[in-house]
Ligand binder design. Structure first.
Ligand code: UTP
Length: 291
């Protein structure tokens, strides 16, 4: 099985759940302490051996391109002032990977966004990292999925068990354990009602899919919300017995909702080398006050 080297980051959604913050700033550019969410995601992909990344954007999201581009003026300024630390940080961002961008002209759903990447994939399997799901851990989550793709030769979804209440907002998977944290996926359902829940395993922001997904998506009718749903296309792969799930390690933060953004900022700030100590002190004092 070929090594997975290409990744797609869909970032063309409207981010209505985090308005007004996402009115002029893409939600994928909202920060976790001192870095935009999408930089954590690109760094995760690069750490997993991905070399080529396509970001799906739309009108008004060109600051994503600026962020990963070279910034001559800023570099010259930092160099002149002898600020070598920030200079290195800035330079690293534009050297992370070979980045390219395509605009999804209308936000017609995640499946539609992925279809825009067909020419980029050019016959190869693709890793998909949702632009608003940040996963932080020792072993990059997408790397765990790429290894499973290379081992089992099947599409792979990253899953975690969630609460019965949460699963009704996500997807639910029918699974059989293969070994350790790897499961065979036999069916799935998007946003199940209580009696449609297949298991508490839900797809959370990462997958590695074979090139076949593009043909399946082209034949997938609009589903929930009249959008082309990636889950509907993945269901076809599951029913063909060509899909596995990996219960990945790492902490996932949903940057697509307000509580998720605050949880990400708090937890990352507590471990941050520059402000971690002071922030912890502040949180302890605050906790005393609100007890
Ligand atoms: P979401 O469904 O969470 O994003 O998609 P959304 O549509 O922006 O969310 P709300 O409900 O309006 O707040 C997960 C990822 O897929 C991208 C989003 O940008 C996000 O990173 N996406 C979604 C697209 O690229 N295109 C779309 O048409 C929809």
């Amino acid at each position: 099985m070929n090594k997975v080297t290409k990744a797609i980051i869909p970032a063309g959604g409207l981010g209505t759940r985090v308005l007004p913050a996402s009115k002029a700033i893409p939600k994928e550019m909202l920060q976790i302490v001192d870095k935009p969410a999408i930089q954590y995601i690109v760094e995760e992909a690069v750490a997993a051996g991905i070399t080529d990344i396509l970001v799906i954007t739309n009108r008004g999201k060109s600051i994503i391109e600026d962020h990963f581009d070279k910034s001559y003026e800023l570099e010259c300024l930092l160099e002149a002032k002898g600020k070598t630390g920030p200079l290195e940080e800035i330079r690293k961002i534009s050297d992370l990977a070979s980045m390219c961008y395509i605009r999804q002209k209308e936000a017609k759903g995640l499946g539609h966004a992925i279809m825009c990447a067909k020419t980029f994939a050019a016959g190869d399997p693709v890793a998909i990292l949702y632009g608003d799901d940040v996963i932080i851990g020792e072993d990059p989550a997408i790397g765990q999925l790429c290894r499973a793709y290379e081992k089992y030769g099947r599409g792979v979804v990253g899953v975690k068990e969630v609460s019965e209440e949460a699963i009704q907002k996500y997807s639910s998977l029918q699974v059989e354990n293969i070994e350790g944290n790897v499961y065979k996926v036999t069916d799935m359902i998007e946003k199940p009602s209580k009696d449609e829940i297949m298991s508490l395993f839900s797809i959370l922001g990462r997958c590695v899919l074979p090139y076949d997904i593009f043909e399946i998506l082209e034949n997938t009718a609009p589903g929930a919300g009249n959008e082309i749903q990636l889950t509907d296309a993945m269901k076809t792969l599951a029913r063909r017995d060509t899909m596995v799930a990996v219960d990945f390690t790492g902490t996932r933060y949903d940057m697509g909702n307000k509580l998720g953004i605050m949880q990400a900022n708090c937890e990352v700030a507590l471990k941050h080398p520059e402000i971690g100590g002071d922030f912890r002190q502040y949180i302890l004092e605050l906790a005393e006050k609100i007890k």
